[in-house]
Design a protein around this ligand. Structure first.
Ligand code: SAH
Ligand code: SF4
Ligand code: F3S
Length: 448
């Protein structure tokens, strides 16, 4: 799942405006900054609705805000370092009298470390992932206990929307803090998901992404993820899902990706390691061979499709032999892209207590080797697309340089010059390729 600081998105409902009583936050301003994965993007939207309901105006800069809300990620130490940097800046602004209150929310908020940060930086409010509703009271609204559930409407960008189908995670991967800060899996009902998809599509959404930490673990009354995906693919014009766990990934889901016209042929399936020994230490629940078989089915189903993964190097106990197995798997699966991470010990996880840490310089070398192997594969796969003509969905409209970013039906990112708005399709010829994207030009008759 991508981890970026993100910009605001519109909400599904307009903020509630009381008729006569002035809103408690009238005249005040708030700034929300989101770190981490799409789960946090979704939670930020809930919090945004609370502050707008309370009458606050949203502002993009810290120095213009009465209240700053940092929605944070705890998955690796560098995620926490980033937040510390922002808290330092906020402390300075507060000393200068340019800022009033700071709230720390999200996954750091759900971890014990938040108490240390609260004292160190004089944070006014700490919210975990299960009590975001307390923000409502903080900004002067009646308590909104409903935010406790994953049943709330998701976000509605103009053209592309995330729909959360499950929250939490039932796995206990040795290295991972997510189950601790997000809790156990809760699946949202099919009825509620499809209701939201219908509403979004009727409102103009052309691209629906189903979200969760292990979306393919979704189940309800004997129905499984593939049943839900098929139902959504019949309602929405363009569909994707992330992120999946290899142990839950069914062959029929992989086949549906190729068979269904509305599903983008793009699969993100984190493998973490190519060594069976490490996969066992990590409690991943599958062997490398099973993962390879899944990939074979995906490649058969969608030969032109894109495949991405997550890989951790330097997990305690990882030997040179384990690392070579990972390099071999990278070669065999020919990933189109991968997020490669150096192991980061998290307090409260099993791996943080395991001995045999891998020396930092060894982890760094392994990191570079895996990254190079992935990029080499990706570049040669991308080059095969050069000269072809693709239908491209515009994701981000042109920037100041006139360059827009789009996506093919095979999930390739394409940079191109066009005035088309986000959500529109253009026909483009692919002129060149890099390891991370294709570069194209719109055909003369290519808009619409
Ligand atoms: N639920 C997702 C992963 C969420 S975290 C899944 O199972 O696929 C995103 C990625 O961060 C993980 O896939 C893993 O590669 C990486 N990660 C998680 N904890 C980590 C840690 N302690 N150190 C380094 N990387 C980690
Ligand atoms: Fe973390 Fe594993 Fe759950 Fe993914 S499946 S969120 S890596 S515990
Ligand atoms: Fe996501 Fe980071 Fe939390 S990856 S679930 S925001 S720890």
């Amino acid at each position: 799942m991508s981890e970026t600081a993100s910009t605001p998105v519109q909400l599904t409902r307009k903020p509630h405006k009381p008729k006569s009583v002035p809103a408690p936050g009238a005249g005040k301003t708030a700034c929300i900054r989101t770190f981490g994965c799409q789960m946090n993007v979704h939670d930020s939207d809930r919090m945004r609705r609370m502050i707008l309901d309370a009458g606050y105006a949203e502002v993009p800069r810290y120095e213009d805000a009465d209240l700053v809300i940092l929605n944070t990620c705890y998955v690796r130490e560098n995620a926490v370092d980033r937040v510390r940097g922002h808290l330092g800046e906020l402390t300075r602004l507060r000393r200068e009298g340019r800022l009033k209150k700071v709230a720390l929310a999200g996954c750091i908020g759900a971890a014990e470390e938040s108490e240390t940060l609260r004292r160190q930086f004089g944070i006014d409010l700490v919210l975990g992932t299960h009590n975001t509703y307390e923000l409502a009271e903080f900004v002067g609204l009646p308590t909104m206990e409903e935010t406790y559930t994953p049943e709330l409407p998701g976000t509605e960008g103009d053209h592309s929307s995330f729909v959360t189908i499950m929250t939490g995670c039932n796995y206990q991967c040795s290295y991972c803090i997510v189950p601790t800060v997000r809790g156990r899996m809760v699946c949202r009902s099919k009825e509620s998901i499809l209701g939201e998809v219908d509403r979004l599509v009727a409102g103009g959404t052309g691209y629906v992404t189903l979200l969760g930490q292990t979306v393919d673990a979704w189940r309800q009354d004997g129905e499984r993820f593939c049943d839900l995906l098929e139902a959504v693919s019949e309602r929405a014009p363009r569909v994707w899902f992330t992120t999946s766990h290899p142990s839950n990934m069914e062959d029929r889901t992989l086949r549906a990706i190729g068979e269904r016209d509305t599903i983008v042929e793009r699969l993100h399936l984190p493998v973490q390691s190519g060594s069976d020994r490490m996969l066992k230490v990590m409690h991943r629940g599958y062997k490398a061979e099973r993962y390879r078989r899944k990939i074979e089915i995906f490649r058969e189903s969608a030969p032109e499709g894109t495949l991405s993964t997550d890989i951790i190097v330097g997990h305690p106990g990882e030997t040179e032999g384990d690392h070579e197995e990972t390099l071999r798997l990278v070669e065999d699966c020919a990933f189109d892209s991968a997020y490669v991470f150096k192991f980061s010990p998290r307090d409260g996880t099993e791996a943080a207590t395991l001995g045999e840490p891998v020396a930092p310089e060894v982890a760094q070398r392994r990191f570079v080797e895996v990254l190079r192997a992935v990029e080499g594969n990706a570049l040669s796969r991308n080059r095969r697309k050069v000269g072809g003509v693709e239908e491209v969905y515009v994701r981000h409209g042109a920037n100041e340089d006139g360059r827009a970013v789009g996506e093919t039906w095979t999930g390739h990112a394409v940079h191109l010059r066009t005035d088309a708005s986000p959500g529109e399709y253009v026909r483009a010829r692919i002129d060149s390729a890099g390891p991370h994207a294709l570069y194209g030009s719109v055909l003369p008759d290519g808009t619409g």
